[in-house]
Design a protein around this ligand. Structure first.
Ligand code: ZN
Length: 159
């Protein structure tokens, strides 16, 4: 739920668009049954309704671990109905990312926190460039690191 909140805030997704969001989780049935999920969230409006609107589905590879009711209610095929023009979907994306990220735990535990954040930033940027096969010119255009940093922020950093 925290990730969903941050995603909506960062991407500035309007409440009217929340019904197009898809939440994929291998244990979505149990999460959706929690008291926190059944009631409005303790957030200011309209974010109190954030969990209610998105489509919630199970990850494809975890379907067999769930009973028929779960497979029906949280079926990943529903993504295709919500987004008929979506050619591909990867309900394993988060797990694949976590699996990749685990390789760096020992390194990250051995360096100070401020360097951890910088190291993570560089890792994520390199992975995204690799996954999306960006050209060097495209990579320069997509300087995520600079997003939201004003000129005055940089002056403070350089002092
Ligand atoms: Zn289930």
């Amino acid at each position: 739920m925290t990730s969903l909140f941050h995603h909506v805030k960062l991407e500035k997704i309007a409440p009217a668009e929340w019904k197009k969001i898809v939440v994929v989780y291998d244990n979505i049935c149990n999460l959706d049954r929690t008291i926190a999920a059944r009631n409005p969230l303790p957030l200011p409006q309209p974010f109190d309704r954030l969990w209610m609107d998105p489509l919630k589905v199970l990850d494809v590879f975890h379907l067999s671990n769930h009973v028929a009711d779960c497979r029906k209610k949280y079926n990943p095929r529903d993504i295709k109905e919500l987004h008929p023009n979506l050619e591909k979907r990867n309900t394993q994306a988060a797990e694949q990312t976590n699996s990749w990220f685990r390789h760096f735990i020992a390194i990250l535990n051995a360096i100070p926190r401020d360097r951890q954040l910088f190291y993570i930033h560089c890792l994520v940027k390199a992975r995204n460039d690799y996954l999306y096969e960006r050209s060097p010119a495209e990579m320069e255009e997509d300087e995520v690191f600079l997003d939201g940093v004003s000129e005055s922020d940089w002056e403070e950093v350089e002092e």
